[in-house]
Design a protein around this ligand. Sequence first.
Ligand code: NAI
Length: 468
Amino acid sequence: MAYDLIVIGTGPGGYVCAIKAAQLGMKVAVVEKRSTFGGTCLNVGCIPSKALLHASEVFAHAKHGMEELGVEVSGTTLNLEKMMGHKDATVKSNVDGVAFLFKKNKIESFIGTGKIVAAGKVSVTAEDGTVQELETKNIVIATGSDVAGIPGVAVEIDEKVIVSSTGGIALEKVPGQMVVVGGGVIGLELGSVWSRLGAKVTVVEYLDNILGGMDGEVSKQFQRILAKQGIEFNLGAKVTGVEKTEAGAKVTFEPVKGGEAQTIEADVVLVATGRKPFTAGLGLEEAGVVLDNRGRVEIDHHYATNVAGIYAIGDVVKGPMLAHKAEDEGVALAEILAGQHGHVNYDVIPGVVYTQPEVASVGKTEEELKAAGAAYKVGKFPFMANGRARAMQATEGFVKVLADKETDRVLGVHIIGFGAGEMIHEAAVLMEFGGSSEDLGRTCHAHPTMSEAVKEAALATFFKPIHM
Ligand code: NAI
């Protein structure tokens, strides 16, 4: 039987695309090589890591964060097995949710490795080796990404001692010393989890700042906060070797600017140096699908590859490797295939780091505006001056608004603080509508809320804040 659309890969890009296409009346099938749907994000990425981030935060809070509030908790102990059980149950309910949505939308699913035989033809090889061939009008490649490893360094990831994020969310005991290679999002989120649970965590990062690409002020303050929480940083340091030893592992690194190499012993090494598009075994070469110089599937503005009827979205194409970017591309592509005008505004894609406090941003950083020679103004407001933040002892961090000097249009918003990942969306909506800092500053915000700091930062951008 022929389908209108076959989606290969059921991560946030693929499964959302499939559902949207089915909602728009297409006959849709999905091919997935894991036994459960949801891809990296739901199975071993965003969702399980957020379960552990929340649980470890509650543990750390119960251990040292409550006395000042008059809540005295004694004898707080960690039951890691149970915490992992909570994580596994969270994953199960989410992946089962996707299976339910597929059924509800009459999407057929094939478990096995999908390969593009030619335009309009996909083969599925099941675990037992049986092969099925499916026919379709259109194919969407949504195969996501895989661990990139450390550039130029041979590392054997065994997911026990030397782990990627996959092993990093499944350790059987809290390591004494954990070395994190890469001070990006994965390194800092999972480093935070194990640090809160009692590990000594040392981050080794090539750049001179953590979260490269984030607004510089935010990155600096974030590093100070994490250091206060006990995480140690070696910045401007290039990891040149990760080896297993009898006792665990050792990590060798040297200053990027030149100098002597150092070695740290570790019980566990987390390799968090980025991800690469996953296209192995998909038959792209045979099908004639062109990749770019970074191994990503090349697409045009409508997600079409160079081969008619074959499209690609998510981590396997250019742009930030973020689940919500992939989801929005999935929706846009389904709409395009249905003859509508789907599109994604790449200027307004929020990014969130789910540590405590959270870091969230949307739009341009100050460094990007400077580099572009843009005339801009800045408004800032610290949570220290926010009543609700004081009441909750969540005074760390600030909101920073960047707006065009002439037109006052908001160009970027950066927040570090408790709940930043939720607060950022008012800025995203404002920016989607081309709003100004005055629009934001004149919008009534409920009192007392953390979000009032967003309003105050906007007031600071076009005139003056009230509470400073
Ligand atoms: P990343 O690209 O965010 O960070 C990798 C870091 O490793 C960089 O700062 C880089 O300078 C450093 N590095 C590379 N080689 C090195 C070396 N030899 N020595 C020392 N440092 C080195 O990658 P990460 O954290 O692995 O995340 C992968 C992807 O997953 C990213 O695109 C990220 O956006 C996404 N992700 C997003 C999350 C979120 O939105 N909350 C959570 C987790 C992952």
